[in-house]
Structures are given as structure tokens and as C-alpha cells.
Design a binder for this molecule. Structure first.
Ligand code: SPV
Ligand code: MG
Length: 545
């Protein structure tokens, strides 16, 4: 009703589902026509009252829910007599439909463009349906349009005008004058001769070259493009399917069809994701992966050639990128919010579903700086994983269960390894069960850490930090305050920051392990880890052997 006041001509377009309605809204039209032809076609059944009122209502409701535009629903002959019309109006109005159109044919109708049976109902009978509809509506906004099918049925102009007049008298809010002529002459003649006060509506399917402006000049207030979107979809789908069938792949159609991104946009997926972020309070830890620094091998054969065009986290191991191994392990432990700090070759890092935080100063800063860049996103707990390690998921599972504020995963097996001359992140932790390297039962894996750093003399260290750490809320708070006071913080290593935290008297624990991880620093590391995956065909390493 408001549009009829506001616009010289109202333009609405046919649809059969929520997506169609949304596309019509985005294209800038005034409203949606819940078309009987379209809805029938979408079920692949004839437009001949084969579908029930309930099915038409469900389709109209889906369209109305998907758009803020008014939906005008094609209600054919009203799905029966005046009693059916009363029930129908109540249902459609309650569903939020702006208006309905009923046509003066007999039930079951046949689409107006199909030659043969086009039977008109007696005038009195149809007037009764309009009166019933008007009495059944509860809001004065709701509109009931009467559709005159006299020109379609071949009863002539005089009959059409007589019927339109009667329907106005019965209380109709507008007249749809339908025509299947190839020119607009007959609808223009109708409009010129029409003496009524209620607005006229036209459906220019056959006289398609007439513009909305011309209809407006000729006395029409609304134009319905009833089926063009449906026909566009049919042609596009047919062409696409034929191409896939004949070429054997989807390559030829790929850049002609909507992107998955567009599909998700239309679904409202991105809005949903925002809501999820805002409203789904989760107790799960987030992950921080500092991957900004450039890989610099310290010993053995470096990964120079393999890392010519990509950073270390993009190295392939067993057919999967190192970062994806890490993210899969994290997600399998319920860690969904993953922040990767990028720097060196940032544009080469592809993060499937994780968020990138860019460290613009990556060449002058160290990993502690990168980790702290994620500070604005910190919530209740976080797990930090260096980007150059691969690990069995049970280590992560254990770490996430740590009862301590700050926990570092520490390995006691490092001494046995052949390449131990490397610069290691050594740790001195309290050997609380005092068994040294011997057999032990019922061991508490969490040990208080005394010192950390690569400068610790090897004889004094009993563990190596593997590059995984866990912080609960208190631990994150300490990490944050320590950072703010740390001298020369930008150049500080994560180890320096942890040592600083220890110096402040804050407890840091180690979670002891003896196996289940590897760093990837050399050709040798890469080959060894790769062959593990080739042998085990395993995507996420699960073995504890
Ligand atoms: C419809 O879209 O279902 C209509 C218009 O009623 S027409 O197909 O032109 O009859
Ligand atoms: Mg129809």
C-alpha cells in the first residue's frame, strides 16, 4: 500500500523460493511475486492447481522470510470456494504476505498461456470470493487483487471491463488485467476505457518490449515480471549441465558460475559467523602460531631449495602443509580460534579458516613480539605452538588439561638424539620424582621449571622446550604484564620472556614427554618426518609408539 502511494509504478518480480526473493531485492525491485507458475515449476508439476494451498503458502513464507520486500502471492482461484478463500487469507496474512491475487477462473485452473480449457467463474460467485477475502483480512494494509481472465478466455473487452467493475464494487484493492496478446494494445485499451478508482496491474509476458514507464503513462500502477528469473535459471542450468556432461569436467563452466563465496554471502553465512563469534561463548582455548620469522638453519643441510618460494609453515609433509597438520591437530582437540602471525612471505601463507595477524616488523622482531601481537584477541586460555614443529595430538590433549597457569611441553629424550649440538631451548626443571632416566610408575608429568634458555650449559639442563605452551587466564595475564615490563622486548625470544616471568617469581611448569614430536629444521628432519607419514598413511599423527 505504501509503495502504491510512493511510486509512479511498482515493479515486482516472480520467484519461487527465498534465494529468488533475495536476488530480486538485491537487484533493486519493489516487491516479490510468489508466482504459481514458478512454484509449480520448481516442483516440476503443471501450473494447474496440482500443488495445495499449504505448499504455495510455504513457498511464499520462505520468500517473505528471505527479504524485506513485500511479497504479493499468486493464489490462483483461491483454492476452492469462498470458504477456502477465508481460510487462505487468514493464513497468508498471518505469514506476513503483503497481498494476494485471486483470478476469476474455475478450480482447477490452468496457466493462462496454455491453450484450451480457460473457464471463467460466474461474476457473482467471484464477487463472493472477494467479499470473503476482504472480510477475512485483519490489517487494513493487506491488499486483495482481483485478476480478470476474460481476455485470456476470449470473452472480449466488454466482459473484461464489466467484471473489473463488479470486482471493484465487491471491495478489490486492485485489478490485474491479464492478456496473452503479443502486443500491449488490448491492455492499453482496457486501461483507457477503465473508469474505476482502484489501481491496474499488468503482467507483460508476451508484450515484453513495453517498458514500465510506458505502462505507467498508460494508466498502470504495477507491473509483474512473472517468470523471467525462472526462465533465466533454467537456461543457465541447462547450459552448465550440458557443458559438464560433454567435456567431462567442470573447468569450462567454473568462471561462468557463481563462486562459493557468493553462495555463502547469499546464504547469510558471513553474518552467521559474526554472530557465532559474538554469542557462542566457548570455553575452548585459542591457538597462537607465530610464523613470521624466516627459517635459518643452524646445523646440517638446510631446507634452502624447498623454502625458496614459501615459508617453513607451508612445507609439505606427507602431502599436507605443516600448518595444516598443526591446525588439524588443534581442531581435533576443540581449538577452533586459531591466530597465525605472519611476516616473512606472508602472501604465500594459505590459512584454511584461521585468522592471520601480520607482523610488519617481522625482520627486526622476535617470536615473543609476534605472540604478543595477538594480545587483543586473548580470552580465557591459549595454546602457543611454534610453526616449525609437528606433534602427536595426545601431547596437545595433555597440555590442554594442565592445571597450571603457564605450562611448557618439555622433552627429556633430547640427550639421546644424534643432532644435539644444535642451539636448543634448554630447560632446567625439578625432577620431582627423582628417578632420573629409570623406570617410573604413576608419574606426575608436570614439573616446576627453574630456568630456560639456549645459553644454559648442557650438563645443567635436563629437558628441552619443544615449542608448545599453554596459558590459562591467569597465565595470559602474567604473560601480558611481564611483556610490558620486559627490557628490550621487541628483540626478546619467547624463552627470554618465560625466564623473565620466572624471575618475577611466577610459577611456570613443564609437561614432560619423551617422544611424539619433531622440529623441522633440516633436510634430515624433513625426510624422517615425511617417511613417517608415507609409512603410516596418517593425516593426524595419533601413534604413541
Ligand atoms: C504466474 O506467474 O503464476 C501467473 C502469471 O499467474 S502467468 O503465468 O502469466 O499467468
Ligand atoms: Mg499463476
Amino acid at each position: 500500500r505504501q509503495l502504491f502511494q510512493a511510486r509512479p509504478i511498482v515493479r515486482i518480480v516472480g520467484a519461487h523460493n527465498g534465494l529468488g526473493a533475495k536476488l530480486i531485492e538485491e537487484a533493486g525491485f519493489d516487491g516479490v511475486w510468489a508466482s504459481g507458475l514458478e512454484i509449480s515449476t520448481s516442483f516440476a508439476v503443471p501450473d494447474a492447481n496440482i500443488l495445495t494451498m499449504t505448499e504455495n503458502l510455504a513457498a511464499a513464507r520462505a520468500m517473505n522470510d528471505a527479504t524485506s520486500l513485500p511479497v504479493v502471492c499468486d493464489c490462483d482461484t483461491g483454492f476452492g470456494n469462498a470458504s477456502n478463500v477465508i481460510h487462505m487469507v487468514k493464513k497468508f496474512e498471518a505469514a506476513g504476505i503483503a497481498g494476494i491475487v485471486i483470478e476469476d477462473k474455475v478450480f482447477p485452473k490452468v496457466n493462462s498461456f496454455v491453450p484450451g480449457r480457460q473457464e471463467l467463474a460466474p461474476i457473482q460467485e467471484f464477487m463472493g470470493k472477494i467479499e470473503a477475502a476482504k472480510e477475512a483480512q485483519s490489517s487494513s494494509d493487506f491488499m486483495v487483487f482481483a485478476r480478470v481472465e476474460a481476455l485470456i478466455a476470449g470473452w472480449g473487452m466488454e466482459e473484461a471491463l464489466k467484471r473489473a467493475q463488479s470486482y471493484e464494487k465487491a471491495g478489490a484493492d486492485g485489478i490485474v488485467i491479464h492478456s496473452k496478446a503479443v502486443t500491449a494494445d488490448e491492455v492499453f485499451t482496457f486501461a483507457k476505457t477503465w473508469k474505476g478508482k482502484i489501481p491496474l496491474v499488468v503482467i507483460p509476458t508476451t508484450f515484453y518490449s513495453i517498458t514500465a514507464e510506458e505502462f505507467s503513462k498508460n494508466g498502470f500502477k504495477m507491473v509483474i515480471y512473472a517468470n523471467q528469473a525462472l526462465r533465466a535459471a533454467i537456461s543457465a542450468v541447462q547450459t552448465t549441465l550440458a557443458s559438464i556432461e560433454s567435456t567431462g569436467s567442470t573447468a569450462a563452466v567454473e568462471n561462468k558460475i557463481a563462486s562459493m563465496k557468493e553462495v555463502f554471502r547469499l546464504q547469510g553465512m558471513y553474518d552467521m559467523k559474526e554472530d557465532e563469534e559474538k554469542f557462542t561463548k566457548s570455553d575452548s582455548a585459542q591457538a597462537i602460531i607465530p610464523a613470521a620469522g624466516e627459517h635459518r638453519p643452524q646445523t646440517g643441510l638446510g631446507l634452502g631449495e624447498a623454502l625458496k618460494n614459501k615459508p617453513l609453515c607451508m612445507l609439505e609433509i606427507g602431502g599436507k602443509k605443516l600448518i595444516d597438520h598443526q591446525m588439524d591437530a588443534l581442531r581435533s582437540c576443540g581449538v577452533k580460534d586459531i591466530r597465525v602471525v605472519t611476516g616473512h612471505m606472508a602472501d604465500k601463507i594459505k590459512l584454511d579458516g584461521a585468522a592471520a595477524v601480520h607482523n610488519v616488523k617481522f625482520s627486526e622482531t622476535s617470536n615473543a613480539y609476534s605472540i604478543l601481537l595477538t594480545r587483543p584477541t586473548w580470552k580465557n586460555k591459549a595454546v602457543m605452538v611454534f610453526s616449525d614443529i609437528i606433534f602427536d595430538r595426545w601431547i596437545l590433549e595433555g597440555l590442554l588439561e594442565s592445571p597450571h597457569a603457564i605450562t611448557l611441553v618439555i622433552d627429556r629424550a633430547y640427550r639421546a638424539l644424534p643432532y644435539r649440538e644444535k642451539k636448543l631451548d634448554l630447560v632446567v626443571a625439578e625432577d620431582t620424582d627423582g628417578a632420573g632416566g629409570g623406570r617410573r610408575l604413576g608419574v606426575n608429568p608436570f614439573k616446576p621449571i627453574r630456568r630456560i634458555g639456549y645459553k644454559i650449559p648442557k650438563e645443567e639442563a635436563n629437558y628441552e622446550f619443544i615449542g608448545m605452551a599453554y596459558f590459562n587466564k591467569e597465565g595470559l595475564r602474567e604473560l601480558s604484564s611481564a611483556w610490558d615490563l620486559l627490557p628490550n622486548a621487541e628483540k626478546a625470544d619467547f624463552n627470554d620472556l618465560i625466564q623473565f616471568i620466572l624471575d618475577r617469581g611466577f610459577p611456570v611448569h613443564g609437561m614432560e614427554i619423551e617422544h611424539g614430536w619433531s622440529e623441522i629444521h633440516s633436510q634430515e628432519d624433513w625426510q624422517r618426518v615425511n617417511s613417517h607419514f608415507v609409512k603410516n598413511h596418517s593425516q593426524i599423527p595419533l601413534s604413541t609408539s
